[in-house]
Design a protein around this ligand. Structure first.
Ligand code: ZN
Length: 291
């Protein structure tokens, strides 16, 4: 890949991962405080979709604590809520301290004002890497949480002071259910796992996809659930464990990519160079407008 093309691809991916400012539609989608009534149904994809009949993740459950509930992003498809509750229960049974569960989706999904380009259709959830024992605080006091970063500041390797074998076990547990489509982690975490998981046991690494960010949390994306024929799946992940040249790419140009992002003239900075996002599916207008 030519360097200029690589940079363009990277800038587009950055914009996808972390938009610098909210599109106008995000304000409208932030407004409804409750989901629509009726059965759950997803329209569109994780980065351009919405959800009817979303369910709330309870703030507390066995093995997890939902955090930053003031954001009102603890809504999702029932499949995702079940997934989180099941992961919490399995983590607890395996002896883990409660997991901090971060953003799911807004009550009706759709674009958010900040923080994510995806999380729009009730199939995404963020789970923090902080595995320390946690005080049983009320939900209102879980707005500011202790952040544990697993990657060094130069983003080239994992941080030995914070990375623990339990992180490997947790990622494996998170990726295991058949309805998990993929799990996004920082590319240095993915490479470290490629190095330490024996070749014969690496099958589960296929679902772990390298990405920018995702250094203090991992992001689970579930497959489209039954009963949502208009849910748009993301393109299938490649065969193999991903411990190959496609992973090296993230490191080979890390310096070049950083420089390009920092020095690009304003007119070519990530947000402006990103391709326009596809429109939300037509059904989402009704989801947004419903009482
Ligand atoms: Zn996420």
């Amino acid at each position: 890949m030519r360097p200029s093309f690589r940079i363009a691809v990277f800038l587009a991916s950055l914009a996808w991962a972390a938009p610098l400012a909210a599109p106008a539609a995000a304000k409208e989608w932030h407004a409804p405080k409750l989901p629509t009534k009726g059965p759950a149904e997803i329209f569109g994809g994780p980065a351009n979709g919405c959800i009817a009949g979303a369910q709330a993740l309870p703030p507390d459950g066995p093995g997890y604590q939902a955090v930053r509930l003031s954001r009102n992003r603890n809504w999702s498809h029932p499949q995702t809520v079940s997934y989180v509750r099941d992961l919490g229960a399995r983590a607890q049974a395996a002896g883990f301290a409660p997991l901090y569960v971060g953003d799911l989706s807004q009550p009706r999904g759709g674009p958010m004002r900040d923080g994510h380009a995806s999380h729009q259709n009730g199939t995404d959830v963020d789970i923090w890497f902080n595995l320390n024992p946690k005080p049983p605080l009320p939900a209102s006091q879980r707005e500011i949480i202790e952040i544990v970063r697993l990657v060094t500041a130069d983003e080239k390797r994992i941080e030995p002071a914070t990375f623990r074998p339990e992180h490997v076990r947790l990622l494996q547990m998170a990726a295991a259910p058949a309805n998990v489509d993929r799990v996004l982690v920082h590319y240095a975490i993915k490479r470290h796992l490629c190095e330490i998981v024996p070749q014969a046991e690496r099958g589960w690494l296929r679902k772990l996809r390298p990405w920018v960010g995702h250094n203090e949390h991992f992001h689970v994306r579930l497959a489209c659930p039954a009963g949502s024929p208009n849910c748009q799946p993301q393109a299938a992940i490649p065969q193999g464990d991903g411990c190959d040249a496609t992973l090296d790419w993230w490191f080979a140009d890390a310096e070049e990519r950083r420089k390009a992002a920092a020095s690009a003239p304003p007119a070519t900075r990530p947000r402006q160079t990103a391709p326009p996002r596809p429109k939300l599916p037509a059904q989402c207008a009704a989801v947004l407008a419903a009482p």
